[in-house]
Design a protein around this ligand. Structure first.
Ligand SMILES: [Fe+2]
Length: 313
């Protein structure tokens, strides 16, 4: 490589690292600036419409909402949520409920159908028992449910190793989107409760991963296009795990002894899904939610399908 080409090459990579970091810092997302900007404008519109709708411009926030806004994750529960989750847990243990193998790993099954239809009554009650209020407080707008998947994880084999979403990662979706887990079983380290980093620590991990990932291709003078999607993901996952381990980054992992924990987190906070120890089962609903300009009741939200498709990922 000539001297001029080498300089150009370095500049391109430095610019690429800077641009990727800036995207995460401003939009909390790795996706293209223009897409993030469009969803940010939509979000501002949703906030304004909501304020006009409720005829209030100063919005109060609970302790849970403040914690979520600061750290990017929070957990909470109450008696009603607990009661509804026990009903769901019993309903799901019926032999007639159909489950499919989860494509992402070897130990999870996903509910065969739209869980929002199957569990509509219980979910409406859960949302009316504090979840709806919480979501409106953190978004400062109304919201819509993009998809809902119901997962049952049960590790029957001591030789199984964590894979897929059980390894440290971020979802890479728009920064305005959040994940909401409704834990129908108890959750703890034993049954693989999800681990999550604060946004502040997530940014450190993201920044390290972006730099090392870009540098490794630049130094080897190779192209990302030559690697498979799976290999690229593995590289990122390993870099994240290395940084977390080397820097002893603290993570949050909930521990409960009964059903009904609500666990909300931003999709680009670094997290890793649970890996249950042999013989420990975990059943959770995973809902992907984003702000919306449309003002709807909880019943209206659950009258639409929440099936996960390639279009709403
Ligand atoms: Fe994830």
């Amino acid at each position: 490589m000539t001297k001029i080409n080498f300089r150009k090459f370095i500049l391109i990579n430095v610019f690429s690292i800077f641009r990727q970091k800036l995207r995460l810092f401003i939009f909390r997302s790795p996706i293209e600036e223009i897409v993030s900007l469009k969803s940010f404008i939509k979000y501002v519109k949703a906030k304004l419409i909501y304020r006009f709708h409720i005829r209030r411009f100063v919005l109060k926030k609970s302790k849970n909402s403040k914690k979520f806004i600061n750290s990017g994750y929070v957990t909470f529960t109450n008696k009603n949520i607990h009661k509804e989750c026990i009903k769901i847990f019993k309903k799901l243990n019926d032999k007639n409920v159909a489950w499919l193998d989860n494509v992402n790993d070897k130990i999870s099954l996903s509910y065969n159908g739209d869980p929002s239809v199957f569990l509509k009554g219980e979910l409406v009650n859960i949302f009316k028992s504090g979840v709806d209020k919480f979501l409106k407080e953190i978004f400062e707008s109304d919201y819509k449910i993009i998809y809902h998947v119901l997962i049952k994880s049960n590790n029957n084999n001591s030789k199984t190793k964590p894979s897929g979403s059980m390894l440290w990662h971020s979802d890479g979706r728009r920064g305005t989107r959040i994940n909401l887990h409704i834990c129908h079983s108890y959750v703890s380290n034993e049954n693989g409760a999800m681990k999550c980093l604060s946004w502040k620590d997530s940014l450190k991990v993201h920044f390290y991963t972006i730099s090392e990932f870009t540098k490794s291709f630049a130094l080897n003078n190779s192209s990302k296009n030559k690697k498979s999607k799976k290999d690229l993901r593995e590289m990122k996952v390993n870099l994240m795990a290395k940084y977390i381990k080397d820097n002893s980054i603290n993570y949050f992992q909930p521990k409960t002894n009964k059903s009904g924990l609500i666990y909300a987190f931003r999709n680009n906070n670094i997290h890793c899904g649970g890996f249950p120890k042999v013989g420990n089962e975990r059943i959770i609903s995973i809902l992907n939610i984003e702000p919306s300009s449309e003002q709807t009741t909880v019943e209206e939200k659950f009258s639409q399908t929440h099936l996960k498709t390639n279009f709403n990922q």
